[in-house]
Design a protein around this ligand. Structure first.
Ligand code: AVJ
Length: 322
């Protein structure tokens, strides 16, 4: 086994600087917003793991089902020598792809990218142990704002699973797809997971579960700000809101102030005033139709070749070639 590499392009200092700039911007705009990026400290990542097991949150199981059925096809179609995984939290799904590509005999290298250095170190070490013949090179980077050149490997397959693409606004998505396309050579591949438009009641339930885990996940972003920015949000006095925006076809999560509040963010020397009932938008999670996925990938210079659904038709996996 060769030692796994870890390349750091995005440091803890970069993250701290970006958090400060982001929060200052979002809390001084009207309506107020916070980026979903900041949900995922250790507690938030754990809450998200619990979300993926909730009866209401079908996405993770649906994508897993599709991958179980298609991983071998993906290996044969792409013949990939390098698997690049963006936001590589989902290790079980990764293994389905790695196993299929290994069986197919083309795979040499695995390049997981994630903003969290600690999570990536653990993932890289575990994969390197179980796939001793693979070159493993983790890259700590924030890819949502664009991919810097994916200089590692040839015959690449870039996987962006879990429906996380839905957290980006349409203009951000266009920039993201363009940057992935620019990093690839013609004939290389993108595997994309997207949640689909469906009955709004089911969608809202998936983001407002009966056991309240998603509400805690949502409020956790305020705990992150309290800790990282010396803020004094009264976390328990924010209500969890999940709603379907039918015009944009996305779910929005918000935090609603139960009473008028004045929040001090000591490290930003910023005071944010909230009226009773005022809401802070904390996430959008866009839901797709095939046509939108097709059009956005085409606009970025990809050719959508395969579109796979789970049995219930809830979630899609797209395979597109550069
Ligand atoms: C991890 C971004 C795919 O949008 O469904 C889960 C995050 N938010 N419940 C999603 C999330 C609320 C999730 N993604």
């Amino acid at each position: 086994m060769s030692e796994p590499e870890l390349i750091v392009r995005f440091t803890a200092e970069d993250a701290a600087r970006e958090l400060r700039a982001d929060v200052r911007e979002g809390l001084t705009e009207q309506p107020k917003w916070l980026s979903p990026k900041w949900f995922y400290d250790a507690a938030g990542s754990e809450l998200f793991e619990r979300i993926t097991t909730l009866p209401e949150y079908y996405q993770t199981r649906a994508e897993q089902q599709i991958l179980q059925r298609t991983a071998m096809d993906i290996a044969e179609i792409t013949g990939a020598a390098t698997l690049v995984e963006l936001g590589s939290g989902s290790s079980e799904k990764t293994r389905l792809l790695l196993d299929a590509l290994r069986k197919h005999g083309t795979l040499h290298r695995f390049v997981p990218l994630d903003v969290s250095g600690s999570a990536l170190r653990a993932a890289v070490d575990a994969i390197a142990l179980d796939y001793p013949e693979l070159l493993v090179r983790g890259v700590v980077d924030d890819f949502t704002s664009g991919l810097t050149a994916l200089d590692a490997g040839t015959d690449r397959l870039v996987a962006f699973l879990g429906g996380t693409i839905g957290n980006l606004l349409p203009a951000e998505r266009a920039g993201f797809f363009a940057s992935v396309r620019a990093a690839l050579r013609p004939g290389e591949w993108l595997l994309l997971g997207t949640d689909l438009v469906k009955d709004p009641e089911r969608l809202v339930r998936a983001y407002d579960d009966a056991s309240g885990v998603t509400a805690e996940f949502n409020r956790n972003v305020l705990r992150v700000l309290n800790r990282e920015l010396g803020a004094d949000f009264a976390v328990e006095e924010f209500g969890h809101v999940a709603l379907w925006n039918a015009e944009q076809e996305w779910i929005e999560m918000r935090l609603r102030a139960a009473r008028p509040m004045r929040v001090e963010l000591a490290e930003l020397a910023l005071t944010a005033e909230l009226a009773a009932g005022e809401e802070i938008r904390t996430e959008i999670s866009a839901k797709f139709r095939r046509e939108r996925v097709h059009d956005e990938l085409t606009a970025a210079g990809f050719d959508l070749r395969h579109w796979w659904l789970d049995d219930a038709g809830d979630f899609a996996l797209s395979l597109a070639v550069a």
